[in-house]
Design a protein around this ligand. Structure first.
Ligand SMILES: Cc1cc2nc3c(=O)[nH]c(=O)nc-3n(C[C@H](O)[C@H](O)[C@H](O)COP(=O)(O)O)c2cc1C
Length: 393
């Protein structure tokens, strides 16, 4: 049992800038590049507050590779570090979504741990569920680097990673090893599946079902990703004619494991409504809204890079699209809200609007690994509102 005694919060200013600039640093003027203060509430948070200024001197790609490489080498060590002073989600935060029991309604969104190399680590941050991937049937390198760009002053990221991943056969092996070594976490793990770049759009269904068949029995839920902007043609799969073929095939290949559909915030109302109706018709377990956006609305300092934007500037758009999806689903299909979430108030707002759970990614980069636990502590102060959401959903 981890200690429920929490050290007091400490407000720590970032360390001074180093002189050597990383690749994506050109995007940041000195005044806008200064990271926001980090609130320290755990050992891992403290470590990150020291590390972050150094990481932010590196290009976003190198920082990402360094962090994930370290986690992959010793996920259980880092999990132990993360859990010092940071309690597991309180039992009051446990909830049910798409047939699964989540330790809390806050999950890690897809894209950070594409090959499931750090699974034992994520629950230690307080996440109630975690999504790995996107994985594709064929291993692929993704787009050339640099392909991730931070805009620290706006809490935003632009990425055009392009599903860099080791392929679903390797992912299945990683998951099998976790299962057989008893390291499978106590929280649900979802696998997000996409289309390989080399696969033509007409053969997309086969590409998805190949991955789902390899992963059968190894994940708690699957996500069909038809919404990332960095694989040419992928988002066409959100059209009715493609979904009509893809969704039933995916549900069948998943063999009873819940399958969700992840949608883009750039879809028009009609396409959103149609995707929701088709999801209901074909027995999908839920919808995740939203992925990154190709729009740059709300971004004051557009670096002019192509790719999907995530983080704070995405929130207003994601919030509106989530509302539309909720309206279309009208209680018939669980909806997971994602896009620019970084506070407990946003989590509550989405749950009160009708979402069954919430995910985040970009805020973790800017606000540190203590963020899920911090949000959860704040949620504990709003238990009445939370209970009302559970009753309503
Ligand atoms: C660097 C990066 C890579 C991502 N890769 C994926 C991915 O592989 N599959 C996916 O479904 N979403 C991916 N996403 C989208 C996130 O899962 C999430 O939907 C989006 O970033 C909005 O949430 P956020 O503002 O909390 O980051 C990625 C996001 C980022 C920032």
């Amino acid at each position: 049992m981890r200690s429920a005694q929490l050290p007091p919060f400490i407000l720590l200013r970032p360390l001074p800038r180093l002189s050597r600039l990383g690749a994506s640093e050109q995007l940041q003027s000195p005044e806008t590049a200064a990271p926001a203060p980090v609130i320290i509430s755990s050992v891992i948070d403290f470590g990150y507050s020291l590390l972050r200024p150094l990481l932010f001197r590196l290009g976003a790609d190198r920082a990402h590779d360094f962090m994930l490489g370290s986690l992959a080498r010793a996920p259980r060590f880092w999990a132990r570090m993360a859990s010092v002073g940071s309690p597991a989600p309180a039992p009051e935060l446990a909830c049910r979504a798409f047939g699964l029991k989540l330790a809390s309604p806050i999950g890690l969104a897809a894209g950070l741990d594409k090959n499931a190399v750090a699974i034992p680590f994520w629950p230690a941050l307080g996440f109630g569920f975690v999504e790995v991937g996107t994985v594709t049937a064929h291993a692929q390198p993704g787009n050339p680097k640099p392909r991730m760009f931070r805009i620290p002053s706006e809490g935003a990221l632009i990425n055009r990673a392009g599903f860099n991943n080791a392929g679903s056969a390797v992912l299945a092996e990683n998951l099998r090893r976790l299962h057989s070594s008893g390291q499978w976490p106590k929280i649900p793990v979802g696998v997000n599946v996409g289309k390989s770049k080399i696969t033509p759009i007409e053969e997309a269904t086969q590409d998805y079902t190949t991955s789902l068949e390899r992963l059968q029995g190894l994940a708690d839920y699957f996500v069909i990703n038809v919404s990332s902007p960095n694989t040419p043609g992928l988002r066409e799969l959100q059209d009715q004619k493609h979904l009509e073929q893809l969704l039933p095939a995916a549900v069948q290949a998943a063999c009873g494991t819940p399958v969700l559909l992840k949608l883009a915030p750039d879809l028009g109302d009609e396409a959103l409504l149609s995707a929701v109706e088709l999801s209901i018709e074909h027995g999908m377990a839920g919808v995740i809204a939203t992925n990154t956006t190709i729009s740059r609305d709300g971004l004051r300092r557009d670096p002019g890079e192509t790719g999907g934007m995530s983080g704070r500037p995405l929130w207003p758009l994601a919030r509106k699209r989530i509302e539309k999806v909720l309206e279309a689903a009208s209680g018939r299909l669980p909806v997971v809200g994602v896009g620019g979430v970084h506070t407990a108030q946003q989590v509550l707002e989405l749950l009160e609007a009708g979402c069954c759970a919430v995910q985040l990614y970009t805020a973790l980069i800017f606000e540190g690994p203590g963020l899920p636990a911090r949000i959860e502590r704040e949620l504990m102060g709003e238990l009445e509102r939370l209970r009302a959401c559970v009753a309503q959903n």
